[in-house]
Design a protein around this ligand. Structure first.
Ligand SMILES: Cc1cc2nc3c(=O)[nH]c(=O)nc-3n(C[C@H](O)[C@H](O)[C@H](O)COP(=O)(O)OP(=O)(O)OC[C@H]3O[C@@H](n4cnc5c(N)ncnc54)[C@H](O)[C@@H]3O)c2cc1C
Length: 540
């Protein structure tokens, strides 16, 4: 909660206290600047504070999905699972908040409603839902790419008599489904993680699927001591490898080999090895998987056959096999027992392509084929990704222009970091940066380091403001689109292109040029005195 004794003027106001906001605060303090963090939740941790649904866990190996900035932190924190679960990730982020004494500058349960740039003063005025007004030279939006759960837009949802849950806003006290008939609506990543857990507890689980997703096994377990030891011995080199890699993940072990130039037998063996390894390793198998339809088809067929092999009822298996988009062009899911769950007697799959939902009733879910009576409904319907949190804040830049209006046809940024017309406003993992296509821990650190470097540069020189130029922004947006078009990503109706939110403009939002390449570009821009940005002296 906000403290009336705290001052109202800061060098930096940071919105959000997840992975990004916590590190941004730490870096800002290291510059000797004053900062305040405003967080809507009643705890720190962002994603890992809100997403407490059963089965929630990271899908990148724990040691890779963590901060690299402090070797001491790295050394002292020991992960208990290969893929850490939500409680452990939340404990980690709370540990970071304590270890670096961050809490005293964080206001919880406070939502930023507006941020308006005062051109004359070159300061941001930030307003909260508690009626507070803060003034800051710099405003950093660490608001998250996946922090705003999608609205429930199914007719009749508010008439349901039993409890409903959204995976992205799961109750802290947990939910006991024992003996209940449960509906899960959605089959994205959160559903794929939670369905096996809910199926074990509920009397009956009915899964309503609109579009099937590809999922690969995590093979989660206690960390292999040899891997832990190897990581410890080579941590610096491995971190560096991840930072310069395409996806910010070291273990994907990506090759330059092409699927279509590999004999089918050898290809199958490679996929098989990577399937056994688990996680995203499969996607690193060949360099053309995300660029060439025929190459992609080889991986899609491999996974489709796996689904057919796991799911005993061939009709159910066919419903679970995605057929309308290339593999990994919708977020590839990583699961623990997802497909096998459909072999259970207490689990039913409803294919909404065959029988669309007509309405939710007080007692269940009514499709074109009939009513499914349930005691509880879980909405695993995803997020208003990448722009949702930013568009919910009334952000006004130069000339009172609203960011929402500027982005009406889709987000426009320079490097995903800044927006022309919005001086001194930074976005962590904004649209136009690798963000959700990378290990976000690595993407976040890169952005926060860059932003802190930029703020430090301006502060040292007593500069008043930095702003992306229209020309640089236009060039970057064109580049992001051009690179996106060379891949298969635009072929899928995914949240990467805003397809999951009715009315949202169809734009491929993240940058797929690779995290390592992108980092070089950002570093080069900074080394050239912030090329593509207009810098204003304090006196101007
Ligand atoms: C279920 C789930 C699983 C994921 N798994 C992975 C994974 O395996 N690997 C991976 O790399 N990434 C994963 N991600 C992405 C994940 O979001 C990032 O890895 C990372 O946690 C993002 O950190 P962040 O601080 O940028 O954003 P968040 O963690 O989303 O934090 C943003 C914070 O800003 C706050 N906020 C937003 N708007 C306002 C406002 N107006 N006022 C005040 N506060 C506000 C929110 O309440 C939130 O706490 C996952 C995301 C989800 C939802």
């Amino acid at each position: 909660m906000s403290d009336p004794a705290k001052p109202a003027r800061y060098d930096v106001v940071i919105v959000g206290a997840g992975f990004s906001g916590l590190y941004m605060l730490h870096k800002t303090r290291a510059l000797g600047l004053t900062a305040r963090v405003i967080e809507a939740g009643d705890g720190v941790g962002g994603t890992w504070h809100w997403n407490r649904y059963p089965g929630a866990r990271v899908d990148i190996e724990s040691q890779e999905y963590s901060y690299s900035f402090s070797p001491e932190l790295d050394e002292e924190w020991v992960w208990s699972e290969r893929y850490a679960s939500q409680p452990e990730l939340l404990a980690y982020l709370n540990h970071v908040a304590d270890r670096f004494d961050l809490r005293r500058d964080i206001d919880l349960e406070t939502t930023v409603t507006a941020a308006v740039y005062d051109e004359a003063a070159r300061r941001w005025t930030v307003t909260t839902d508690r009626g507070e007004t803060l003034s800051a030279r710099f405003c950093v939006m660490a608001t998250g790419c996946l922090s705003i759960p999608k609205d429930i837009d199914i007719p009749g949802a508010d008439t349901f008599a039993g409890p409903t849950y959204h995976t992205g806003r799961w109750p802290k006290e947990g939910v006991d489904f024992t003996g209940q008939r449960v509906a899960v609506i959605g089959t994205g990543s959160s559903a794929i993680q939670s369905i096996p857990m809910i199926a074990e507890q509920a009397a009956r689980l009915t899964v309503f699927q609109r579009t099937p997703n590809f999922s690969v096994p995590a093979h989660n377990r206690a960390p292999d001591p040899a891997v832990v030891e190897d990581w410890r011995a080579n941590r610096e080199a491995y971190r560096q490898e991840a930072k310069t890699s395409g996806f910010g993940i070291r273990y994907v072990n990506a090759t330059e080999q092409l699927a279509l130039e590999t004999p089918p037998e050898e290809r199958r063996k490679n996929y098989e090895e990577r399937w056994s390894y688990g996680g995203f390793a499969l996607i690193g198998a060949y360099a053309d998987l995300l660029a060439d339809k025929a190459a992609n088809q080889t991986a899609a067929e491999f996974v489709s056959d796996k689904i057919r092999g796991i799911v005993k009822d061939p009709k159910i298996a066919e419903k679970l096999v995605p057929k309308t988009y290339p593999i990994a062009t919708k977020r590839l899911c990583v699961d623990t027992g997802y497909y096998a769950t459909f072999n259970r007697d207490n689990v039913t799959l409803v294919d909404l392509k065959e029988e669309p939902i007509e309405t939710i009733t007080p007692t269940g879910v009514k499709t074109a084929a009939g009513e499914y009576e349930v005691d509880a409904i879980v909405f695993a319907i995803g997020f208003d990704a990448m722009t949702g949190a930013l568009n919910r804040i009334d952000i006004k830049g130069r000339g009172g222009v609203a960011l929402k209006d500027k982005w009406a046809a889709g987000p426009r940024t320079y490097l995903g970091l800044m927006v022309a017309g919005f001086p001194n406003l930074f976005i962590v993992t904004g649209p136009g940066s690798p963000s959700v296509l990378a290990n976000m821990a690595v993407a976040i650190e890169q952005h926060v380091d860059w932003i802190a470097g930029c703020i430090g540069y301006l502060s040292e020189r007593q500069m008043g403001a930095i702003e992306a130029t229209e020309a640089a922004e236009n060039d970057w947006v064109a580049h992001v689109n051009e690179v996106g078009e060379t891949t298969l990503f635009p072929l899928a109706n995914s949240w990467y292109v805003g397809a999951n939110v009715p009315g949202k403009p169809r734009v491929f939002m993240p940058y797929i040029g690779g995290l390592g390449v992108y980092r070089e570009k950002c570093d080069e821009v900074a080394a050239k005195g912030y090329e593509g940005f207009r810098l204003e002296s304090a006196a101007a």
